[in-house]
Design a protein around this ligand. Structure first.
Ligand SMILES: [Zn+2]
Length: 499
């Protein structure tokens, strides 16, 4: 039997606010402060304390909602989700049950894999709601006791729930990567999975399918929720593992048990944690200490602040500036790069308004020198694009120099490094460090004539139609001039002299 994986995701995104969701304690990451130093009576659930909603968290939730094309209602309310665990001091978590801040939405995804079953697809968002995070339990190495750090307790989370629209582990991973880009892009979260700022649970089940791809049964098989997925690699591995595990079960006519399983990164397996609670087990009821929130005004105010979204920027970079799909994707996925590229292209402005093919050539040059060379040098220097000392104006000047063949590629790299160090304009640096292909034409002619005299067999080959022998001359001249000659000029001279 063949099966189709049915996968849905629940993603917790830690909102980038200064303070926690219902008190004034700082919203910090694990390890940024000593345990239990960012706590107060409210977030530790002392009797007599009252929560007060953080307005900024609500604003960020609205921005995220707009970015995910969600319907946003006029009002929303909070509810108590009851369960007992040491990481939850109140014995309940303030969350949202039936009226979340964000309703139905979607996110469009493109896969870079040509062999994938679908290259682009839409994932429907079921809802997104605000809730406070739990504290963090830490088991002592001897296993005898558990320590609790309440610093994380009460920090603001947006839980984003998708429809079961994914059909492979790779699709789930691509969605999470796009979601990270989006959350960073609109300034809602740093969404770093390694730091726990974005956490993912995956619901996985399998449906038997007919040869034509349609479902071979009506009822859905039980789903398994996989928790503790803390990296993009883990998302792919955990789902792939779970698909294989459930396939083995179904092949022996055993239905998987509806349950929660944890992903064990070291062993590369999922292990059963508990059989699944229904929402009835959480005894949800409206939070009596928080009034319903009016979203209408804040929803419209945040809508007007929304920047151009990543998908639109990627498309614009390709259509307007002729960047390749891969370069546009790099520029958008890495923070600060599309702004920089935009400014470089605007500096190149009128110089770029040449024939169609030329614009693509320049875009290829800019794309390559930004995404591979400059990005590589910045990584080596442990710098970000926002810190780079090369102004977009100087980078544009550098591109013009390359484009005119005034410098070769290896000296171009030297020049780019010098620009990073000095922060000055490239023409001046090129002259100071003698990096240009500025040899006197007479000198080049002399070298070519000498080469022709000394290498009759190369000359014969050229005369018998071996055009690429010209590259041999370029190589020899470059060697003799330490890269100072312009290769196009050398070819021209050699061709002329061998006529
Ligand atoms: Zn607090």
């Amino acid at each position: 039997m063949k099966y189709a994986p049915i996968i849905g995701l629940e993603i917790h995104v830690q909102l980038k606010t200064a303070t926690k969701l219902f008190c004034n304690c700082p919203n910090i990451n694990d390890g940024d402060a000593a345990p239990n130093t960012a706590i107060c009576p409210v977030c530790t659930g002392q009797p007599g304390t009252l929560p007060a909603l953080n307005a900024h968290a609500l604003e960020l939730a609205m921005i995220a909602g707009h970015a995910l094309h969600c319907e946003i209602p006029d009002t929303a309310k909070f509810d108590r989700k009851n369960y007992f665990y040491p990481d939850l001091p109140k014995g309940y978590q303030i969350s949202q049950f039936d009226v979340p801040v964000c309703g139905k939405g979607y996110l469009d995804i493109e896969l870079d894999d040509e062999n994938a079953r679908r290259q682009s697809f839409r994932i429907e968002i079921t809802r997104a709601h605000l809730e406070e995070d739990a504290a963090k339990n830490q088991h002592t190495p001897d296993g005898a006791s558990t320590l609790v750090d309440y610093n994380r307790g009460g920090t603001p989370l947006l839980e984003i729930v998708t429809e079961p629209d994914f059909r492979s582990a790779a699709e789930a991973k691509a969605f999470l990567q796009e979601l990270r880009t989006l959350m960073r892009w609109v300034g809602v979260s740093d969404a770093d999975m390694e730091k726990g700022q974005m956490r993912c649970d995956a619901n996985v089940s399998l449906m038997p399918i007919n040869d034509d791809g349609t479902f071979a049964q009506e009822a859905y098989n039980p789903k398994v929720e996989v928790k503790n997925i803390n990296s993009f690699r883990a998302v792919e591995r955990a789902i792939t593992y779970e698909i294989a595990r459930q396939t083995d079960l179904l092949d022996t006519n055993t239905l998987p048990i509806q349950s929660t399983r944890g992903w064990d990164e070291n062993r590369g397996v999922t292990t059963e944690q508990r059989t699944k609670e229904g929402s009835a087990d959480y005894r949800y009821f409206p939070e009596p200490d928080l009034p319903p929130v009016n979203l209408a005004e804040i929803r419209e105010r945040m809508r007007s602040k929304l920047p151009e979204l990543p998908a639109a920027t990627r498309q614009r970079l390709q259509e307007e500036f002729k960047f390749s799909k891969a370069d546009a994707s790099f520029l958008v996925s890495n923070e600060g790069w599309s702004d920089y590229a935009d400014r470089v292209m605007s500096e190149l402005g009128e110089w770029m308004t040449v024939s169609e093919g030329e614009a693509e050539k320049v875009a290829k040059l800019v794309g390559g020198w930004l995404t591979s060379k400059l990005a590589g040098f910045l990584t080596e220097a442990n710098q970000t694009i926002r810190e780079v000392r090369i102004t977009p104006e100087n980078f544009a000047e550098f591109i013009k120099i390359l484009s005119k063949g005034e410098i070769n590629s290896s000296n171009g790299q030297k020049l780019l490094k010098l620009m990073m160090e000095k922060g000055t304009d490239p023409s001046q640096l090129m002259e100071e460090h003698n990096l240009g292909q500025n040899m006197d034409e007479g000198d080049v002619v002399a070298i070519v004539e000498r080469l022709i005299a000394e290498n009759p067999s190369q000359v014969d080959q050229f005369k018998s139609g071996k055009e690429n022998i010209l590259m041999w001359f370029v190589g020899q001249v470059m060697k003799a001039t330490e890269g100072k000659a312009n290769p196009e000029k050398v070819k021209e001279i050699a061709r002329e002299k061998m006529k």
